[in-house]
Design a protein around this ligand. Structure first.
Ligand SMILES: *Cc1c(COP(=O)(O)O)cnc(C)c1O
Length: 463
């Protein structure tokens, strides 16, 4: 009988990993070099054909061996990647992960703790406790705050709605109130959780209008204490921040619970200069954080922060093989109520390593850097007679369009640059018009890159 392939864990694991890692790293390099730009050229048909050709038979009768399969597929994936480490890949809240965080994630994979019971994650569960407490304290100060690790903003928003639903269950179904600028995951979460259709409040300038919110809350007919307002700190389209303090005042006046979706803007907290932009966040009952956006983590790195840790009791759950009552009484931490998932990756390790390595100051400096780049890019756009700027960026999103272009022209420019493999820009509909969107999340981007990005757009005109 042949020997099984080597394992990653144990004292011998690193010796088995080293040559494979070396092969994977080589393939990352050769793949990125072969691509030579922010994304592969040729569009979906050409990219898919190249991947199929490189992959060959994906489930052969006899395996091709570890190193060859690893090299082939990692090279193909890297060659065909839209790589946010390239300055011209700037469409979405899709960040280039720090090498440090990726190295930590590798260690997490090698050890493979599962966060659903202490006997699968003895040390990892304590690291999660340290990080969730620290981040809750960062947002809420020293109080009864707590946090859950999630797969991202979507799961955090779902959990926030679920906690609100459970908290108000005694009074009646919870009614969600959102701005029309809110993330699509909120409406979907309300649907998933069987909640009434959300009430949508106008956001005329891209942010929740306090007068309209006041009006909407005044007209709600549900029992007191069953309203949940969700505000946004960093809208996905424009990076705008709702007037958080005014929203919190209105929630207090109308007895509504407040959730803040700070998937994008949350890490502004780490910047001394920009912390004031999210003032009022500490007044929310729950806050969505997403460190795979302004936190430079590989996916997934979401969090849901709650002001009152008791809210999390709603997630308490028992399965005899994971958290038997006598085990818990004997002192084994009960982890099952920290998520709706069962098996769960230790995504917290890379976050812990990043927080400790960079500190508040280091992360704040990265936040400041990408925000400053956005200001620079906006200034380039504003100074160019051929372009129109939507507005000065609040975080790191810049919306712009060629003067005189119609919506089709905007869509054409974006797809043409994607097809040529020259730039990845996003699109957003705001004020009834379509805009090109650059979301700057790469702290290594230089002024020359920003000028090149604008030149590429300038040089792309519909045929
Ligand atoms: C990205 C984003 C989300 C969703 O987060 P995922 O990590 O993609 O699930 C939710 N809300 C806002 C404001 C976002 O920008």
């Amino acid at each position: 009988m042949s020997t099984p392939p080597p394992l990653a864990g144990g004292a011998q694991g690193p010796d088995a990993l080293r040559p494979l890692l070396s092969a994977a790293l080589d393939a990352l390099r050769t793949g990125a070099t072969a691509r030579g730009g922010p994304l592969p050229a040729g569009g979906p048909t050409a990219v898919a054909a190249r991947v199929r050709e490189a992959a060959g038979e994906i489930l052969p009768a006899r395996g091709e061996g570890c190193e060859p399969a690893l090299r082939t597929l990692v090279h193909a994936l890297a060659e065909g990647a839209a790589d946010p480490a390239d300055a011209l890949c700037a469409a979405h809240l899709h960040c280039p992960p720090l090498a440090l965080a990726v190295a930590a994630d590798l260690a997490a994979s090698a050890l493979n703790p599962s966060m659903d019971s202490w006997d699968q994650a003895p040390a990892a569960s304590e690291v999660e406790t340290l990080v969730t407490r620290a981040l809750a304290a960062e947002a809420y100060g020293t109080g009864r705050g707590d946090a859950l690790v999630t797969t991202g903003g979507t799961e955090s928003n779902q959990l926030a709605l679920l906690l609100a639903r459970e908290r108000t269950a005694a009074h009646g179904p919870v009614q969600l109130v959102v701005g029309e600028n809110a993330h699509h995951s909120l409406g979907r979460a309300a649907w998933l959780l069987g909640m009434p259709e959300p009430v949508t409040v106008p956001a005329p300038a891209g942010v929740l209008d306090p007068a309209a919110l006041d009006e909407a809350l005044s007209h709600l007919t549900g029992p007191p204490g069953t309203f949940l307002v969700s505000a946004t700190a960093g809208t996905t389209d424009a990076g705008l921040i709702d007037p958080l303090d005014q929203v919190a005042d209105l929630c207090a006046r109308h007895g509504a619970r407040l959730h803040i979706d700070a998937a994008y803007g949350g890490p502004l907290l780490f910047s001394d200069v920009r912390r004031a932009l999210v003032h009022g966040m500490e007044r929310a009952d729950s806050v969505t954080f997403d460190l795979h956006k302004l936190g430079w983590q590989p996916v997934a790195a979401g969090l849901l922060l709650v002001r009152d840790g008791d809210d999390l009791a709603a997630l308490g759950h028992h399965a005899d093989y994971l958290n038997a009552g006598d085990d818990t009484e004997a002192g084994l931490p009960d982890l099952l109520g920290r998520s709706l998932r069962t098996t769960r990756r230790p995504d917290v390790l890379k976050i812990a390593v990043t927080l400790k390595a960079l500190g508040r100051q280091g992360i704040g400096a990265l936040v400041d850097q990408v925000c400053a780049q956005a200001q620079e890019f906006a200034a380039l756009v504003a100074a160019h007679p051929g372009f129109e700027l939507y507005d000065r960026p609040v975080i790191s999103t810049v919306l712009f369009r060629p003067v005189g272009a119609d919506d089709d022209h905007i869509a054409y420019v974006r797809r043409e640059l994607l097809g040529q493999g020259r730039a990845v820009l996003g699109r957003a509909r705001i004020d009834g018009r379509r805009w090109l969107k650059a979301t700057l999340l790469n702290p290594h981007t230089r002024p020359g890159d920003l000028a090149e990005l604008l030149k590429l757009v300038e040089g792309t005109t519909p045929r």
